[in-house]
Design a protein around this ligand. Sequence first.
Ligand SMILES: *[C@@H]1O[C@H](CO)[C@@H](O)[C@H](O)[C@H]1NC(C)=O
Ligand SMILES: *[C@@H]1O[C@H](CO)[C@@H](O)[C@H](O)[C@H]1NC(C)=O
Ligand SMILES: *[C@@H]1O[C@H](CO)[C@@H](O)[C@H](O)[C@H]1NC(C)=O
Ligand SMILES: *[C@@H]1O[C@H](CO)[C@@H](O)[C@H](O)[C@H]1NC(C)=O
Length: 176
Amino acid sequence: MATSYVRLLLLVLAPLLFLPALCAVDFGYCNKNGYDYGNFSRVEISPNPVGPEDNYLNITVSGYASKQMNNVTIEVYAKSKKTTDLLGGYSICKVGNACVIRSGLCFSPECPIEARTKFVLPIPKVQVDDLEDDFKYVVSLLEDDLVNSSDYDEKYIERMCVDFVVPMLDSTLDSA
Ligand SMILES: *[C@@H]1O[C@H](CO)[C@@H](O)[C@H](O)[C@H]1NC(C)=O
Ligand SMILES: *[C@@H]1O[C@H](CO)[C@@H](O)[C@H](O)[C@H]1NC(C)=O
Ligand SMILES: *[C@@H]1O[C@H](CO)[C@@H](O)[C@H](O)[C@H]1NC(C)=O
Ligand SMILES: *[C@@H]1O[C@H](CO)[C@@H](O)[C@H](O)[C@H]1NC(C)=O
């Protein structure tokens, strides 16, 4: 009796307990070693997993900036060995509710990412891409190089970059 009650309780509570963890995905640094400009602490996607009928997913990357980054452009790619699809480019001033956390508060929108601050970057409505096996999503934070760029040729330098596998439900499982 007692056990079935506990089981029922767990069944009811489980979704509440595990909901936040469900959106987080494992991630790595694109350059494998990490960056002078900061680090990432968390990558979340929604929905997770992505189903065969989902056309878009929301991505949120959180991290810590060691150095200031100005005029940050966020680029999102799907990348396999053979293919790279650019899925979107966003100015940090315009993207969703991009914000910088200071003293636990979210300041938004703010163009520079200040040195020694935590940041949270929600990137809504990124296209779902389905490349061949073994592809990853890449979120890259680029800074424009005003010193070295001419009016015609704006240069971007990658300051931080994170990659991760987006869990996808296989559509063939549904029809089985
Ligand atoms: C990110 O870097 C800061 C400062 O060096 C450090 O305190 C923090 O633990 C790091 N976080 C992760 C997830 O590596
Ligand atoms: C994605 O983000 C948008 C805007 O914040 C929200 O309306 C939508 O419900 C989100 N979708 C998912 C699947 O989380
Ligand atoms: C950001 O970009 C704008 C327009 O591209 C430029 O006028 C401004 O000087 C830049 N700010 C910084 C801090 O680099
Ligand atoms: C401009 O380019 C030079 C040579 O490619 C490089 O050493 C320098 O760091 C660049 N300037 C900035 C602000 O990135």
